[in-house]
Design a protein around this ligand. Structure first.
Ligand SMILES: *Cc1c(COP(=O)(O)O)cnc(C)c1O
Length: 366
């Protein structure tokens, strides 16, 4: 029987596998698998979300004006150059569908964020994954991979899941080496967490021309992954394109209310970042002390390398036995590694203790 068929390239897409949130038979679980902020939802954002309930019969403001103004004020950006989305994933998808498509190429680093690959294939792009150095994007190799069909280059900075980061000068060198008509998308989902002084989320590069976009999210430090809220800062011509293709009401009203309140939460980002910096270092050091390789991270997560896929899945099982859910990395071709979100101090200690028990029970090579 004939049946409707998608475009053939669609079948090359592996469905996105999110972080797990349940372990059968375990009541108290600690979810460290999706890089959600350590401190939950900002209290003001919860209140604003609830207060929006009485107005749910109204369509939201399709221009997200109040939210764009709040973002602009917070980050010192022109609200006219901001576009909000149902998570930054939505904006990434619109950029790829609008600027890519059949017959074009999208360039990303080998372990770059998986949504570029998924949506690139959806759009019909040939997705080129460029080898990295020390799990870090390699600017020379990325430039060498760019050809006449390349329309889009994606850089997550810092990158998920590796935690690695390119300094501002390297990102500028990437931009300078790309043809003017190639769109560079800098995904700065973890910008707030970066402590290295040579970092820049990309605003200056956006301002310098018409071919660079910076995306940001409310899903990480602002603790609002559940409402789906992201934004981008883009040159005026790209803003114009996004406003043509996005849904007219792509950001819902309670999400906008929660986002505005999260931006206004006193001390929230400072507290979250200070906690993250402390525990990212403490947990990394503790795991290294156990003989586990931990890659340097500028995000709110660490990538722990157990040497082999078998050992990583044994470590995963040891964590799960204590109710700790982290992220297996097979989908990123890093089956020997686990990505662990920096949770509360107690949660970090639980990870440390579980892995200490694991290493003692199963010494490397033993
Ligand atoms: C979490 C994450 C995002 C955020 O996606 P949202 O759709 O805004 O929740 C974007 N890029 C990277 C690299 C991420 O890790």
């Amino acid at each position: 029987m004939p049946m409707p068929q998608p475009r053939p390239t669609i079948l090359s897409i592996e469905p996105y596998v999110g972080g797990e949130s349940k372990i059968p038979g375990v009541n108290r679980i600690v979810k460290l698998s999706s890089n959600e902020g350590a401190f939950g939802v900002p209290p003001g954002a919860q209140a604003a979300y609830k207060a929006a309930a009485g107005e749910l019969h109204r369509y939201p403001d399709g221009h997200a004006t109040a939210l764009r103004e709040a973002i602009g004020a917070r980050f010192g950006l022109d609200p006219a150059r901001i576009v909000c989305g149902n998570g930054s994933d939505e904006l990434i998808a619109h950029l790829i569908l609008a600027y890519g498509g059949e017959g074009t190429e999208l360039v990303m680093s080998a372990h770059g964020f998986v949504m570029y690959d998924i949506t690139g294939r959806y759009a019909g792009c040939r997705v080129i994954k460029v080898p990295e150095r020390n799990l870090t994007a390699d600017v020379d190799a990325m430039l060498a991979a760019v050809g006449p069909r390349t329309r889009l280059v994606f850089l997550a900075n810092p990158n998920n899941p590796t935690g690695s980061m390119l300094p501002a000068a390297e990102v500028a060198r990437l931009r300078a080496g790309l043809p003017e008509d190639v769109l560079l998308v800098i995904d700065a989902a973890y910008a707030e967490y970066v402590t290295r002084p040579d970092y820049d989320p990309g605003v200056a590069l956006v301002d310098a021309g018409t071919n660079t976009v910076m995306t940001r999210t409310f899903s990480k430090v602002f603790g609002l992954g559940g409402v789906r809220l992201g934004w981008c800062y883009a040159p005026a011509p790209v803003v114009d394109i996004l406003n043509r293709v996005r849904g007219p009401f792509n950001v819902n009203a309670p999400a906008m209310a929660a986002g505005i309140a999260a931006l206004a939460e006193p001390g929230w980002v400072e507290k979250s970042v200070a906690h993250n910096s402390e525990w990212r270092e403490t947990l990394s050091g503790a795991l290294r002390g156990l003989g586990i390789t931990v890659h340097p991270s500028e995000g709110n997560f660490i990538l722990a390398d157990f040497g082999t896929a078998e050992r990583a899945s044994a470590a995963d099982a040891a964590l799960k036995a204590r109710g700790l859910i982290v992220r297996a990395m097979g989908a990123y071709s890093l089956p020997q590694a686990l990505r662990i979100t920096i949770g509360t101090a107690e949660e970090c200690r639980m990870v440390q203790e579980a892995l200490a028990g694991f290493v003692q029970g199963a010494p490397a090579g033993g």
